[in-house]
Write a protein that binds this ligand. Structure first.
Ligand SMILES: *Cc1c(COP(=O)(O)O)cnc(C)c1O
Length: 348
């Protein structure tokens, strides 16, 4: 019996079409700029996202780190959300490797910083302070139910950034989930930002990789930073071939994952003991809690799902929080299996 894996969209295997494209990809040495498939991927990503140039990188973490190091100099400061992945889960790479300080600000239920607070956090030109150089955002917001943030927030941040000559980066690991949920062209948001890094390896199903996009000048600098980080990958066209299918095909089907996430959330809301507001589910991340009527030790729930039903979900017992993520390899059938399993476990 196959494992049904709801832990994340990072668990997605490449599709048969991707494996075929990988097997037959035209390749060259990408550090020499000679891999036609990587070049095609970088151009396509830049075009879809409304930028001049793109850079294929190993991961979302490498994309954000490359962006932060490219936008800043040692001693600079980056303003970002307290619950942004770049602050919480990327091992403070820009601090470790770039001598950059992070100024984390609180975010609202959608993962947005308060724009006035951002403006107030920008340092005056005074030798006591680091130099504020960059504002970093995230869309969709992984810590806030995968919320899709709409263009007006980025327009407001752009104004602040322009007043103070700051750059504006967006961690777009799941940006295509955000634009699918908002039903807008990515450019409606990216017109306001200087760079973004999108993950091919999450809901877009590629086995490996992200693309960082920005101006020609920015990407030229970023290429050197990527080399410093050990990210020059030679015949990377084998990977980029899958990424092309991610951008061309998989971006068009994310609404299906969102429908399944909504189906899951609505089903969970009907199970006694589970706390969830289905209305907050806009994309493919479904978070839920358990109420005090639940008798079974919370630690046992994931274990029982795995042992008795071959289903994996994520759990954070400290926060008593569970996460189930929909993706290409999860259909409505698997959603119903999870709902049935949880219903049975909690009824016992
Ligand atoms: C997954 C993720 C990243 C990092 O991507 P990796 O490819 O895992 O390094 C960055 N930001 C957000 C919001 C993510 O969800």
């Amino acid at each position: 019996m196959n494992i049904i894996d709801f832990r994340s969209d990072t668990v997605t295997w490449p599709t048969p079409e991707m494996r075929e494209a990988m097997a037959t990809a035209q390749v060259g040495d990408d550090v020499y700029g000679e891999d036609p498939t990587v070049n095609e991927l970088e151009h396509l990503a830049a075009e879809m996202l409304g930028f001049e140039a793109g850079l294929f990188v190993a991961s979302g973490t490498q994309g954000n780190l490359t962006a932060l190091l490219t936008h800043t100099n040692r001693g600079d400061e980056v303003i970002m959300g307290l619950d942004a992945h770049t602050f919480t889960s990327e091992a403070a790479g820009a601090a470790v490797l770039g001598g950059i300080t992070y100024l984390p600000l609180p975010t609202d239920h959608l993962g947005r910083m308060n724009v006035e607070q951002v403006a107030a956090a920008i340092r005056p030109n005074d030798p006591h302070y680091p130099v504020t150089r960059l504002i970093s955002t995230e869309n969709s917001s992984g810590s806030n139910n995968g919320a899709a943030i709409s263009p007006n927030y980025f327009a407001a941040l752009r104004e602040v950034a322009d007043q103070h000559h700051l750059a504006l980066h967006m961690d777009g690991a799941r940006f295509f989930n955000a634009t699918a949920a908002l039903q807008i062209d990515p450019k409606e948001i990216t017109q306001y930002i200087d760079s973004t890094s999108i993950c091919l390896s999450k809901g877009l199903c590629a086995p490996v990789g992200s693309v960082l996009v920005g101006s020609q000048e920015f990407i030229q600098k970023a290429r050197r930073v990527r080399k410093i980080l050990g990210g020059g990958m030679r015949q990377a066209g084998v990977l980029a071939a899958a990424g092309l299918i991610s951008l061309r095909e998989m971006t068009k089907r994310l609404h299906i994952d969102h429908q399944n996430a909504r189906l899951l959330a609505e089903g969970l809301a009907k199970i006694p003991g589970i706390l969830i507001d289905p209305a907050v589910v806009q994309t493919n991340l479904v978070f839920f809690h358990l109420d005090d009527t639940v008798q079974i030790p919370k630690e046992e729930i994931s274990a029982r799902l795995k042992k008795d039903y071959n289903i994996l979900i994520s759990s954070n017992y400290r926060l008593q929080k569970f996460r189930a993520v929909t993706h290409y390899w999860i259909t409505a059938k698997e959603v119903h299996l999870l709902l049935k399993a949880l219903g049975e476990i909690l009824a016992a």
